[in-house]
Design a protein around this ligand. Structure first.
Ligand SMILES: *Cc1c(COP(=O)(O)O)cnc(C)c1O
Length: 400
């Protein structure tokens, strides 16, 4: 194998080399002022990211997990409540639900978009639950607990089908918190409002992660909540800072969940480049599609509905012999990933929730066949040609 032919799954080095001077200046600025936590750099980023997401408020926090947890808690989710989400996501989604005191319950995904299937959400609410005549709450028949919220995940950078989700949420009075941790800048065409909407602007609030590998990544841990609800934003500002209304006056018990000034400064620099990076990801996705179509294997390209403008955090293909393909690509020096190999309801951590194998069949089937190919803004056309060639070879000549 020619060493120069190697393609990593993700290239985190190049973007930081490209911006080294601008990023280093952020460190100098923080060292000169010793303003390491909160302060003007955090406020500047919050204004910039709220504008980018077309929301009125953005609250910087310590991570995407903090963002989800604080949004749920601030919106009143706590012990005794059921919160619905998908089993095909990163565990942070359900950790936040459990850590808010609620019980996560799972709705299966759509086989083509890999996101929450609104018809399955409707089925769950209509048949597994009943509406209490007195309080108007939706109660799960078997568990006897109220369903209070739904957390749709815009997985892989593709928005979930929000119109029917929001409609059901309105009918059943559910709170909607978007998990937009993989979807910075993704857009959804709302047929109801007849306009495109940004991920993170459609629910009561949304959580973003700026983990280094995300489309907008810090040089460390960071996250944010976006919302148009000023009261909710204020509560989250308190929760992230030990429940303080002002220094040493604690209205509630909170958390240590603030955003570092250095990370905020880095994110402000990178936010200026995000539209260009997103464009590059979309071009790379279009190129992958073209290569698959030219080879008569167009079905390998991920499905992007006409109502979605995905930002391709991940580029996921689905093949019967996933392990074989992964091995063959690794031998060719091509990095891949699996997002995610074990559905959440089958994780050991959730064995006490009592969801047997077979209970969420689409997610289970998909989990054994999905593979994430290299995807990053500086992925080159010739690298993609080679990757696609190898994929086609492996699919045509499986090793098992
Ligand atoms: C990354 C991620 C999170 C958690 O974000 P952290 O910043 O790592 O806490 C939550 N949900 C999804 C879908 C993610 O991809």
């Amino acid at each position: 194998m020619n060493h120069t032919d190697k393609t990593p799954f993700l290239d985190l080095v190049t973007p930081h080399q490209e911006l080294k001077d601008e990023l280093s200046a952020v460190f100098s600025r923080a060292l000169d002022t010793a303003g390491f936590i909160g302060g003007p750099m955090v406020e500047e980023f919050e204004r910039g990211f709220a504008a980018y997401c077309t929301t009125q408020h953005c609250v910087g926090v310590g991570s995407g997990t903090d963002a989800l947890r604080f949004a749920l808690i601030a919106a009143g989710i706590g012990p005794g409540a059921i919160v619905l989400t998908v089993p095909n996501t990163f565990i942070a989604t359900t950790e936040a639900i459990s850590q808010a005191g609620a019980r996560p319950e799972f709705i299966d995904i759509d086989e083509r978009t890999y996101n929450l299937d609104p018809s399955k959400l409707a089925e769950y609410l209509d048949t597994d639950c009943m509406v209490d005549d007195q309080c108007g709450e939706v109660i799960h028949r078997k568990l006897g607990m109220p369903v209070k919220a739904v957390v749709p995940v815009h997985l892989y950078g593709q928005p979930a089908d929000m119109d029917p989700i929001l409609e059901l949420a309105e009918r059943y009075r559910l709170l909607v918190i978007e998990d937009a941790c993989q979807a910075h800048g993704a857009e959804y065409f709302s047929r109801k409002s007849n306009c495109w909407k940004k991920a993170g602007s459609m629910g009561r609030a949304a959580a973003f992660s700026f983990y280094p590998g995300k489309n907008l990544g810090a040089c460390g841990e960071a996250g944010a909540v976006t919302t148009n609800d000023g009261v909710l934003a204020q509560k989250i500002r308190m929760l992230r800072d030990h429940g303080q209304a002002k220094k040493y006056f604690h209205d509630v018990e909170g958390y240590n969940g603030r955003l570092d000034a250095i990370q905020a400064g880095i994110l402000t620099v990178k936010l200026q480049h995000l539209p260009e990076w997103t464009e590059c990801r979309r071009e790379a996705a279009a190129r992958y599609r073209e290569l698959f179509v030219e080879a008569g294997a167009g079905e390998l390209a991920p499905y992007e509905p006409e109502w979605a403008k995905a930002v391709y955090h991940l580029y996921v293909v689905r093949v019967p012999d996933r392990e074989g393909l992964m091995r063959q690509l690794a031998e060719a020096g091509i990095g891949t990933g699996i997002h995610y190999p074990v559905p959440l309801h089958l994780q050991k951590a959730y064995s006490d929730l009592g969801h047997p194998k077979g209970s969420l069949p689409i997610t289970e089937r998909v989990a054994s066949e999905i593979l994430s190919l290299p995807m990053f803004p500086r992925l080159r056309a010739e690298q993609q040609s080679r990757i696609v060639q190898r994929v086609l070879e492996s699919v045509a000549f499986p090793t098992v």
